[in-house]
Structures are given as structure tokens and as C-alpha cells.
Ligand binder design. Sequence first.
Ligand SMILES: Cc1cc2nc3c(=O)[nH]c(=O)nc-3n(C[C@H](O)[C@H](O)[C@H](O)COP(=O)(O)OP(=O)(O)OC[C@H]3O[C@@H](n4cnc5c(N)ncnc54)[C@H](O)[C@@H]3O)c2cc1C
Length: 507
Amino acid sequence: MAAQEIKSVVIAGGGTAGWMAAAAIAKVMGPRLSVTLVESDEIGIIGVGEATIPSIALYNEMLRIDENEFLRQTQGTFKLGIEFADWHQPGHSYMHAFGGIGKDLAYIPFHHYWLQEVLQGRGDSLWNYSLNYLAARQGRFARLPRIEDTPLPGLTYAFHFDASLYAAYLRRLSEQMGVRRVEGLIAEVIQHPESGDVRALHLKDGREISGEFFLDCTGFRGLLIEQSLKAGYDDWSRWLPCDRALAIPTQRNDPLIPYTRSTALEAGWQWRIPLQHRTGNGHVYSSAYMEDDRAADLLMANLDSQPLGDPRAIRFVTGRRRQLWSHNVVCLGLASGFLEPLESTAIHLIQANIQRLILLFPHHGDCDHRRAQFNQTAAAEYEFVRDFIILHYYLNNRVGERFWDDCRHMSVPDSLTHKIELFRETGGIFTSQHDIFHLTSWLQVLWGQGVSPRSAHPFVQAVAPHDRTEYLKNIRDLMAQAASALPRQEEFIARHCRAPALAGAAA
Ligand SMILES: Cc1cc2nc3c(=O)[nH]c(=O)nc-3n(C[C@H](O)[C@H](O)[C@H](O)COP(=O)(O)OP(=O)(O)OC[C@H]3O[C@@H](n4cnc5c(N)ncnc54)[C@H](O)[C@@H]3O)c2cc1C
């Protein structure tokens, strides 16, 4: 890319990715850059993507979003974790709860103390030491940064929200900050004849939107990054064979549980996401193992409230764009790749790439090192999420079901084998700086999917058995008390962030 000062950014696409980028760039680089977003009502947005992970709080903070207002505008609810029902085997359930587990002691992660008790036959449930889990199971929520008068952390939370309302909400914020919105269908991407950089977007009605730097947020089609720049795509379906989803909203369920539920089915899984005005549901499955009609029947049979429409079909190929930044184009959202929504990571990846782009933005057109750094870090982050999702499939114990048997016997990335074997041998878990999931996330899924370590760290034996047992009991008691003192989520929402459509209705 030729070195020239960059004063304008053009964003192609106005789904979650486009409007998240527009709002963030306008907020952080507003006076230096003009931002134009082009979207087409004719095409619309994907409109699914209703569950998040706690890092979204950083995005909201950066925009100075009032959290209660944001929840009111998006029919949002609180999310304390994800329940995985029937994943290890039918009838078994565990939770990936956000936040900490217990309290580390003398350099050694807490779970080694708990594991030593388990190995000696005195153990109890790992989740007795997760405040998030205890609150989630009782349907309780409050903003609680720490458990009062103790060194124990409080609740860590994310949100469920209506993705279409979220994009609309961010659009309003962006436009207030000066983002120019252009409605129109992009018919052609115009490249510089020598450098190959994108120069302008030619619209179907003849208008031309030119810019110096472009964001491709056009969804699965990747209009700039793939159709024009041919950045390439790494297909990961050998590890993650699901390639279709059916999504359907149903009536709101009460009580409003503060967690996402993922239930394993014959050849995939079903999500259930509680919002204030409705429940989001969907079935993610592999077309190599299940017919579409059977997938729709299973979804409908497993709904627990009245459908509000017909299922919508979505097809995808799991994988990642080889270069997320090519020439003067960065792709975000579905244009950058797709990982199924099992751990609600897509919105996080959008946010992380926006943050990375802001840190590395080539204001003076100096791209090469910035682009290399961006691509390397984004690729690593995608791969850690990929491994974490594969883990859920690979460690299943659903013997005798073709899809699950094949998942159990697949050959997984070496990085993942290493992590599983290290945990099995030592109880130890080590995560990288670019892994968005930390020790307690890996711990809950490894343990929940049935991996039992052979030993705990020997250092835990430096604590006398009686003291160790007492330490665990204290934490357990404090967490149980704190959880039961919280209000129910419905009460909390009614008091702080009930959406207007529900005003006056019984919560
Ligand atoms: C089944 C499913 C479930 C999901 N669940 C979750 C979840 O729980 N949590 C999560 O974090 N993520 C989830 N995701 C991912 C999430 O939906 C997406 O990451 C997010 O919505 C971003 O979409 P997007 O903005 O990249 O694309 P889109 O929403 O598809 O937006 C594309 C935009 O590009 C525009 N466009 C395209 N072509 C043109 C053209 N030629 N001219 C003009 N404009 C054009 C469209 O009009 C639209 O504005 C899920 C995805 C799927 C498929």
C-alpha cells in the first residue's frame, strides 16, 4: 500500500460487526478520521448472535455506554455462564461459569487443593466454589464486584441481547458521533490498477464511495477481502463438522435464567438464550450426519415455549480467513471467518480485532509491520478459540452415536492434545496471552467433559489436610451465603433495566 495519510475509513456492511467498528472508531479516532458506513436494506443482516462473554464490558466502557440503557434498548438479560447438557453423555450436565473458582493460595491455583481432596475421596463438586454457578442455578443476579468483607471476587457477567436491536442501537450512537450512513447495494469493488489496494465502492445506483482505508463487514460473502482481494480461507470443518444452523425465536420463558443453555443432540447441539421479550433458540448440526427435515423436527420437539415464527436456515463453513488484513482492507465479523456459537465468541472476536486495529491503525499509511502484527495476533486468537470449541466435541462420551463417535476418534490439533494430556497427568493448565479463555474456563470444560487428573500439584500437601479441608469449607460457605443473598434476576431487571415493551407487565 502506498504511504499516504489516512483521513477516511469506509465500512462496507452494517451488521453487528460494521456498527461495532463504526461506533468504536468514531469514539476513539473521531476528529482525525471521517467514517462512512455502507449497508444494503435489500440484503439485511444475519440478525443472530445473542450471547456474549464478559469482555464485552470493555467495549461498552470504551464507548461510555450506560449499561442499564443498553439492556433496555436491546431487550438484554444477564449471562453468568453456559450450561452444557448431555455433552459428556446423555443425562449429564455441567456449566462453564464465568469468573473465578475458589481462591488461589501460595502460588498454586485453587483447583489443586480441591483436586487433592477429590483424589483422597473427600471431594465435592467443583462448582460449589463458583459464585457464578451458584447464583446461576438459583436464577439470581446483582452487580457484585466482590463478596463483602472477604478477599473473594463477586460475579463476572456478560449479556444476552437481541442482535438486530444491538446493531440498531450502535447505529444510533455512531450517527450521533458523526458516522455517515449510506444505504445502497455495493455492485463493484474498485481497486487501484497497480497496487491492488481498494480505492472505492461502486453502488448499484451509480454512486461511488471512495476512501483510503476499508473495513469489510459484509458477512459471509466477504465482498472486499475474498471476492476482490482473494485473502484465502482455512477450512476447519475436519475438526468442527457442523455446517448448518436453524434459528427460531419462541415466547419468553419464566423464570428468566441468567445463563445460556447448550444441549447436545444426535449430530450437533441446540442453544437456548433467554431475553426479556423472547427466547432465542437454534440447532447447529452437521449435514453429513443429519437431514435438514430431521434437524428441524428435533429443534421443534425440544422447544420449551411457543414458537414465534418458522425456523430460519443458515449455512456456514467453519474456518478463518487466511489474512484478516490484506492491502488496505481489514475484515471483521463473519467476513473474517466463522466458529460456531458454542462459546459465544464471535462478538468478542469482532471487538478484539477492532481494538487491535485501533492500536495499529496506519494513520500515515505505513502498513507492513502493522499488518503483519495484526494478522499474526488475530490468527493466534482464532486458533485458541477453535481448540477450545473442539475440546467439547472431542471429549464426549456419547458412545454408539455415529456423529459423536467420529468426533471422539478424530485427530485433534497438537496444541490441544498437549493441553489435555498435561491436565490428565498433572492437573496443570497453562494458557497463552492470546487465549481469551483462562484457566478456570479450561478447567470446567476439561473436568465437565470427564478428564480426571492423576495427581494434584505436590505443593498442596504442604498444607495440613485438616487446614486444607477447613480452607475449602470456608470458601464454600461464604459463596453459598453470598449467592442466596442475591436478588432474583427478574427483580434486578425490573428495578434497573426493564425494556420499555415490558413496562407494567409482571416480571
Ligand atoms: C447461527 C448463528 C448463531 C450465532 N450466535 C452468536 C452468539 O450467540 N454470540 C456471538 O457472539 N455471535 C454469534 N453469531 C455470530 C454473529 O451473528 C456475527 O458474528 C455477527 O452478527 C456479525 O455479523 P456481521 O456483521 O459480520 O454480518 P451480517 O450481519 O451478515 O452483516 C452484513 C452486512 O453487510 C451488508 N452487505 C453485504 N453485502 C452487501 C452489498 N453488496 N452491498 C451493501 N451491503 C452489503 C449487509 O446489508 C449487512 O449490513 C452467530 C452466528 C450464527 C450464524
